[in-house]
Design a protein around this ligand. Structure first.
Ligand code: DGJ
Length: 700
């Protein structure tokens, strides 16, 4: 008998129809009630020259029942039981979640499909588990989560990238065929961020229906979006399992990673606001609720050249600029004079720090700052004591040579002795020193991820989570930053146990505008590490004045990444100014609703953040303005019945090359009503390329 499940959240409905298997009928705008005639009104015709029965696009599509696209499950039992067909045996419906149990009595497999619709944020969560209920082993090739899309979702936005170039986006038609992404790098990766959007034709930041997806997993994954020849379409995502990687013994269960989904009828803004709030409420946990401290990270300032006296001088200068957390990056441990040696030897280099680390930490603390330290626990250099003592701890395959990456190799975290050593070293460091922050780095891919000869990306990823979890339990006051050559490990699952991402090794403000925009579709600004780098960027050699650098770093979790001792007085004063501006608006930036405005000038990036009574909007001119005069800034999210005080809070201080006369309001505080701001807009000054301004709106 047909059964309907109707999950409802604040704004949305999810209706699942179950006959033999569950199938989503609707995921989107709220539906008040399910009509009895829905069974008839949704019955599909059967086309000529095809199967004689209707094939549902179920929550786990099956090859064995005639789904000719990617099935939700693949596997076999010694070559048998490779096309399972399930029957739903129970439906456990709760207020905001449902658990379907399905069984294949022939293949002896049991599936559990969990679906939740978050009542406040409307974010949908889905995961699938399979248990081997038969005799002997079952080799699982794949277990993905599938979510259908309506046929009018016909445009796709996906992500690509590389080191220093994360979160780049690409659009394509989504009418026939599809898109497929396979990540085999063993970490979330710069290249294949596990997220995508599908929407109605031409969906934009502010307009259109959009469905957004993110797979919370830090290992290999497969993510695809397919249009079937019958026009039905779906997104599917799950862990990419290597051959023979997942063998289930009798009674054993495999859980897929969580797939997160979100619907919006207000373009990408509706998606990112929901994902961001979901992350705030359900994913990230801060040990103590406090303003996100402004960082100074030593990497680009001194690299491997560590001298405690000098570092203390840097700390003094940092504190004067308003920095609140001082982090010593790579180079502090024994033998680490460059990138070719010492990873794994997590002991202080007494040659560099003859008096220990304590005097530096005490100095940092005396200056009113917290102290943080860089580590890269999963790695080992060939030139290290750890390698010399335990070459067998390397993750690899016996009998083969594997290439190094940044001259280093990965440790096998499933080796319990290795795991214990790493936990011991980290635990000792955190117990010995007053460290309240770890920058946890991970700088290479997994090439031969073998544990005892078997493929082990899954096990390695789970073991990493275990290591971080155990450390969190032992030192609950310590915050952790997830860094992986910049943004190589950014996802919801690692964020459940960390508090910040290093978004990119690229501190070039122009590049950062794109990287941070891409990241903001999923993550709130308070977890997005954004630093002011030096005038000449170390990764691109591009030069930016302080306005562009300051404004770009200001809207994330702000920091500075340079050597303040070597900077001019003028630059340092400017750093202080932007840090002060960030602190002034941090309450709003790190708790408000973020939005982006579709620019008329495609060379502008316009983004903002609002609470119920104030708003901060940044207009960044990325390249030469498209027209001689800028288009008015029309702010659609204002309260049309309210009045606002409108004030410019930041603008380039250098002379304007493209503008002879400034609009007078730049030097005044305006009072404007919401409908004026929404319909007529605010006239902007002409901005030179690679410069930005910030406007503040206060509701009266
Ligand atoms: C890569 C990181 O992304 C950088 O920020 C820095 O920590 C270096 N590693 C240090 O080796």
């Amino acid at each position: 008998m047909t059964k309907f499940v109707h999950l409802q959240s604040k704004n949305h409905s999810l209706i699942i129809k179950t006959d033999r298997v569950p199938e989503i009928l609707h995921w989107g705008a709220k539906i008040a009630q399910i009509d009895e005639d829905l069974i008839l009104s949704t019955e599909r015709p059967i086309s000529q020259a095809r199967l004689d029965v209707d094939v549902p696009l179920s929550l786990c599509p099956e090859l064995g029942s005639g789904h000719f696209n990617a099935p939700g499950i693949e596997g076999h039992r010694q070559g048998y039981d490779w096309a399972p067909v399930f029957t739903c045996t129970s439906i456990d419906e709760q207020t905001n979640s449902v658990l379907f149990t399905l069984v294949d009595e022939v293949a002896k497999l049991e599936l559990k499909i969990e679906v939740m619709l978050n009542p406040d944020t409307d974010v949908l969560q889905k995961r699938t588990s399979v248990t081997n209920i038969g005799e002997g082993q079952y080799t699982l090739g794949k277990l993905s989560s599938t979510l259908p899309l309506p046929n009018h979702a016909n445009e796709l936005m996906t992500f690509h990238g590389r080191w220093c170039h994360e979160f780049q986006t690409q659009r394509q038609r989504f009418e026939h065929g599809g898109f497929m992404q396979e990540n085999r790098r063993g970490r979330t990766s710069h290249e294949n961020f596990p997220g995508l959007f599908v929407g109605t034709n031409g969906f934009s930041e502010q307009l259109g229906q959009v469905w957004g997806f993110h797979l919370g997993w830090s290992g290999n994954h497969q993510m695809r979006a397919d249009v079937r020849s019958d026009g039905r379409r779906f997104v599917q995502a799950g862990e990419l399992l290597l051959s023979g990687e997942m063998i289930l013994e009798e009674g054993e269960t495999y859980h897929s990673p969580w797939l997160y989904g979100c619907y919006s009828n207000t373009g990408l803004n509706g998606i990112s606001q929901r994902f961001q709030q979901f992350v705030r409420d359900n994913i990230v946990k801060f040990p103590v609720e406090k303003p996100r401290p402004v960082h100074l990270n030593t990497w680009e300032g001194i690299y491997f050249d560590h001298n405690p006296e000098y570092i203390m001088q840097m700390a003094t200068e940092a504190a004067e600029m308003g920095v609140e957390r001082f982090i010593i990056d790579d180079g502090w441990f024994i033998g680490r004079d460059g990138e070719r040696a010492a990873l794994g030897d997590w002991y202080l280099d007494m040659k560099k720090y003859p008096n220990g680390l304590e005097p530096v930490i005490e100095h940092v603390n005396q200056k009113g700052m917290e102290f943080g330290l860089w580590i890269e626990p999963e790695m080992v250099s060939q030139d290290s004591n750890l390698w010399r003592t335990h070459p067998e701890w390397v993750l690899g395959l016996q009998g083969y040579h594997q290439p190094s990456g940044r001259w280093q190799y990965v440790l096998d975290l499933q080796n319990q002795d290795c795991f214990n050593y790493l936990f011991g070293r980290l635990n000792d460091l955190l117990s010995l020193y007053n460290i309240t922050y770890l920058k946890w780095d991970m700088n290479r891919e997994l090439v031969q991820p073998g544990h005892q000869g078997r493929p082990a990306v899954h096990g390695q990823t789970e073991a990493l989570y275990r290591l971080v979890d155990e450390l969190n339990r032992a030192h609950p006051e310590v915050e952790i930053e997830s860094c992986s050559s910049g943004g190589g490990r950014i996802d919801f699952e690692i964020l459940k146990r960390t508090q910040r991402f290093w978004a990119s090794d690229c501190n070039d403000a122009l590049e950062r505008q794109a990287i941070q925009k891409g990241m903001s579709y999923f993550f709130p600004p308070e977890v997005m590490g954004a630093h002011i780098g030096p005038y000449e960027c170390h990764s691109t050699n591009r030069r930016h004045n302080i306005n562009m650098r300051g404004v770009t770093a200001l809207s994330g979790h702000m920091g500075v990444e340079l050597d303040p001792v070597k900077e001019s007085q003028q630059e340092k004063q400017a750093f202080s100014r932007y840090i002060a501006l960030h602190k002034q608006y941090r309450h709003l930036l790190h708790s408000g609703r973020c939005f982006r405005i579709d620019p008329v000038d495609k060379n502008q990036n316009i983004y903002g953040v609002e609470s119920d009574d104030e708003m901060l909007i940044t207009v960044c001119q990325l390249a030469m303005p498209d027209h001689a005069l800028p288009s008015p800034l029309r702010i659609s999210c204002v309260d049309v019945s309210a009045k606002y005080q409108v004030k410019l809070v930041e603008m380039p201080q250098t002379s304007f090359q493209l503008m002879k006369q400034r609009p007078q309001w730049l030097d005044k505080t305006l009072t404007l009503s919401g409908d004026n701001l929404k319909e007529i807009g605010l006239t902007l000054p002409i901005l030179d390329p690679e410069s930005a301004l910030i406007v503040h709106l206060q509701k009266i």
